[in-house]
Design a binder for this molecule. Structure first.
Ligand code: ZN
Ligand code: ZN
Length: 359
């Protein structure tokens, strides 16, 4: 079934939906655009856009969609609602601002706006189909290739921003639509910042954490590797091995039906018992899809009823961060297969890598 077909099954009879968020518009129509609307009825799907997009939309949108380029969007929306005899419009409660709501209400007098579309789209988007999983596998293979490439690129004298840019250039040159999020490359003492920004200063000896991902076909990938510039001392090795053991244990424990909260606990217990309690400040992982952070969360704060299900794609990214010293994180992205087992998309080496550093 198409994404549109699945969405329409959730739409109550006699109602319509107005989709305004671009990721949701892309999910349902297959066409990426920034300004415009999807207006969905049980028996008619309209994509309303402006002259910049109309030719591409006619080629790119799903066959179920009729592309319109009206001079006055809301006049057309009003006319179509009246033609279908519909006065109930479901909107995306998570995306619509107060100003956006007021605008719609002013332009569509007599139409009742109801929340619901975000919840339905959330339920659909969390469960990736084969085509989406294939896009994410490709995104991750580009990301893995970028890691192999950058290991040969890194040398003394380069700045953190050079490493981040090289990863991004490589991914773009090798088929990515773009980056999935702002690349992190932090070295030495800055590696203790889980979401540090690459600096305009030479790479420091010690840990170098790189967290990056390609976007392919609209879908994100997300991985982290921490390598050592020079040699790791015994304390650094202990930190690295603890994070790696925690990550592998969580990956081994993951399968359909396993609680998201319990998985976080598997990794956290290993880190705590190794003497690093309180040094793993974030959650184990998050869902990935068209958004870099989406449901489900592998978190100590997750509800007891949240479990992994076939079609979920999540990250496993434990870390240990010692303020003023250094930090280390290892992250893979994996999918739950139809048979309930885990498929790790990330193929990059994760045993400790030490790069020669003579400076
Ligand atoms: Zn990441
Ligand atoms: Zn992540």
């Amino acid at each position: 079934m198409t994404h549109l077909g699945a969405f329409l099954q959730k739409l109550p009879q006699g109602a319509a939906a107005l989709i305004t968020a671009s990721k949701n518009q892309y999910y349902l129509s297959g066409f990426p655009f920034e300004d415009g609307y999807l207006l969905l009825f049980a028996d008619e799907a309209l994509l309303l856009t402006d002259p910049r997009y109309v030719e591409a939309a006619q080629k790119g949108a799903g066959a179920d969609f009729t592309v319109l380029c009206p001079p006055k969007m809301f006049e057309t929306i009003k006319e179509r609602l009246a033609a279908h005899g519909v006065d109930t419009l479901y909107v995306e409660e998570k995306n619509l601002t107060l100003a956006g709501r007021e605008q719609i209400e002013n332009r569509l007098p007599g139409v009742t706006l109801l929340a619901g579309a975000s919840a339905w789209l959330g339920e659909l988007r969390v469960q990736k189909d084969e085509r989406e999983l294939a896009a994410m596998a490709t995104a991750q293979s580009i990301t893995d290739a970028a890691f192999s490439h950058v290991l040969n690129f890194i040398k003394p004298g380069l700045r953190e921003i050079d490493v981040a840019l090289e990863l991004e250039f490589f991914m773009r040159r090798n088929g990515a639509d773009g980056v999935a999020f702002q690349t992190i490359a932090v070295s030495g003492s800055a590696s203790s910042l889980p979401h540090g920004v690459p600096r305009d200063c030479p790479l420091e000896k010690g840990f170098l954490t790189m967290d990056f991902g390609a976007r392919y076909g609209g879908y994100c990938s997300d991985m982290t590797r921490t390598v050592v510039l020079g040699r790791a001392d015994a304390d650094m090795k202990k930190v690295y091995e603890t994070v790696l053991t925690a990550q592998k244990a969580a990956l081994d424990a993951a399968a359909a039906g396993v609680s998201c909260k319990a998985l976080d606990g598997v990794a956290r217990t290993i880190i705590d018992e190794a003497g690093f309690a309180g040094r793993f400040g974030h959650s184990l992982g998050h869902g990935v899809g068209l958004d870099i952070h989406e449901a489900p969360r592998l978190s100590f704060g997750a509800a007891e009823t949240d479990v992994l299900l076939p079609g979920h794609v999540v990250t496993f990214e434990p870390g240990i961060y010692l303020p003023g010293q250094y930090g280390c994180r290892i992250e893979d992205m994996a999918a739950v297969r139809a048979d309930g087992t885990l498929l790790d998309f990330t193929k990059s080496e994760k045993e400790l890598i030490e790069l020669p550093w003579n400076c």
